[in-house]
Design a binder for this molecule. Structure first.
Ligand SMILES: C[S@@+](CC[C@H](N)C(=O)[O-])C[C@H]1O[C@@H](n2cnc3c(N)ncnc32)[C@H](O)[C@@H]1O
Length: 314
C-alpha cells in the first residue's frame, strides 16, 4: 500500500449528471430550475426531478446540512412534493433523500440550503443509502458480468410480492436483471461491525459485486480511498491484484488481512444465492405452499402445448 503525499493535491472537477427517468428533456411540463451549484429538471405532473446536473469539485466545505426538506418558494407549488416523510408502500420502505447530495454543496450556504428543496427529492430505499457512479473508458466496458438476482419474495412466506400474470413462463430461471437499485445488500450500520471508526465502510458484498461485474481474475483493482480496506479484501478474496491509498491510519486494514476467513464465508454465501430465480430455501417453501416455481410453470406450459397439439390433430 502506498501512503499518499501528492494525491488530490491538484484541483479536480467533473460534471455529474444523471437521468432519473428514461423519458426526459424536451418533454412538456418539465421545468428547468437552476440553483447555486446545481440544476434540476422537474416533471411538474409527477412532482419529481427527472434530471440533474452539477460539477463536483475538490471537497473544501463543511457546512452542516438541514435535517428536513421544504418547498422552494420560487417554484410552482403544484409541481412540488408536499412532505419529506417516507413514501407509503406495501413493500420495502422508501425514504425521501437528496438527488443532488447536500455534502457536494457544503462550501456554499445558498446551494446547501437549496439542496433541501422539495424539487431535489428522490425515493431512497430505507435500508440502502450508498450511491455508486459507473464510468467506462471508451464506448463500452472491457468486462461486464452483472449478477442476476433472485426474484423478490415475501421474506417469511416466500410468496410473490407482485402479480406476474402470464409472464411467469417467460422469466429467466437464472434470475432477474440487476437494476440500478441494489436492494439485496444491507449497509454496514452497527459500530460493532465496523472495522475502522470514521471510515464509511461499504459492505464486502457490494465490492464483491462491483469487482465481479467489472473485472476478470488477475485484473488490477485500484481504490485510492482505502477506509477500512473493503475493496482490497474483496479483490484479494476474488484473486484480483490490487493497489490502494489511504491518508489515515492503515493498521485496521492490515489487521483485517490476518483473518480473511469470515470474508471468504460472506462471499461464498453471497455467490450461492445469486444467478437463480429462487434460492434453494425459497424454492422449497414455494413448493410446499403451492406457489409457482420455474419447474411448475414449465410443466404447465408443456401440458398446455400437448393439449393444443392433440386438439389440432383431432
Ligand atoms: C468512505 S471511506 C472509504 C471506505 C471504504 N470504501 C471501505 O469500504 O472501507 C474514505 C476514505 O478515504 C480516505 N481519504 C480521504 N481523502 C484522501 C486522500 N486525499 N488520499 C487518500 N485517502 C483519503 C479517508 O481517510 C477515508 O478513510
Amino acid at each position: 500500500m502506498m501512503r499518499p503525499s501528492s494525491v488530490c493535491a491538484g484541483t479536480f472537477a467533473f460534471l455529474v449528471c444523471g437521468l432519473v427517468s428514461a423519458a426526459v428533456s424536451a418533454e412538456e411540463g418539465v421545468i428547468e430550475q437552476p440553483y447555486d451549484g446545481f440544476t434540476v429538471w422537474v416533471d411538474c405532473q409527477r412532482r419529481g426531478a427527472v434530471r440533474f446536473e452539477y460539477t463536483a469539485t475538490r471537497d473544501t466545505g463543511n457546512l452542516p446540512r438541514r435535517s428536513s426538506f421544504g418547498p422552494d418558494p420560487d417554484f410552482p407549488a403544484e409541481c412540488q412534493q408536499t412532505t419529506g416523510a417516507s413514501y407509503k408502500t406495501d413493500g420495502p420502505r422508501y425514504d425521501r433523500g437528496h438527488l443532488v447530495p447536500a455534502n457536494h454543496l457544503d462550501d456554499r450556504p445558498k446551494g446547501i440550503r437549496q439542496s433541501n428543496f422539495m424539487t431535489n427529492i428522490l425515493p431512497q430505499a430505507a435500508n440502502m443509502n450508498y450511491s455508486l457512479l459507473y464510468f467506462v473508458k471508451g464506448a463500452q466496458a472491457r468486462v461486464f458480468h452483472p449478477d442476476r438476482l433472485p426474484m423478490q419474495v415475501c421474506p417469511h412466506c416466500a410468496g410473490d410480492l407482485r402479480d406476474y400474470g402470464g409472464y411467469k413462463a417467460k422469466m429467466n430461471p437464472k434470475g432477474v436483471n440487476l437494476s440500478d437499485v441494489w436492494w439485496d445488500i444491507a449497509p454496514v450500520r452497527h459500530a460493532k461491525y465496523k472495522r475502522r471508526n470514521g471510515a464509511n465502510e461499504l459492505p464486502l458484498k457490494v465490492l464483491d459485486r462491483v469487482i465481479e461485474m467489472s473485472t476478470d481474475e488477475g485484473d488490477l483493482v485500484f481504490d485510492p480511498f482505502g477506509g477500512a480496506g473493503t475493496t482490497y479484501m474483496a479483490a484479494e478474496l476474488k484473486d484480483r491484484r490490487w493497489l490502494g491509498i489511504e491518508i489515515g491510519p492503515t493498521d485496521d486494514i492490515v489487521r483485517r488481512f490476518s483473518d480473511n476467513h469470515s470474508g471468504q464465508r460472506i462471499l461464498l454465501d453471497q455467490r450461492s444465492s445469486l444467478n437463480t430465480l429462487f434460492t434453494e430455501q425459497v424454492r422449497r417453501i414455494r413448493e410446499k405452499t403451492g406457489w409457482w416455481t420455474c419447474e411448475s410453470v414449465r410443466e404447465k406450459q408443456s401440458s398446455k402445448e400437448e393439449r393444443q397439439l392433440e386438439l389440432e390433430q383431432m
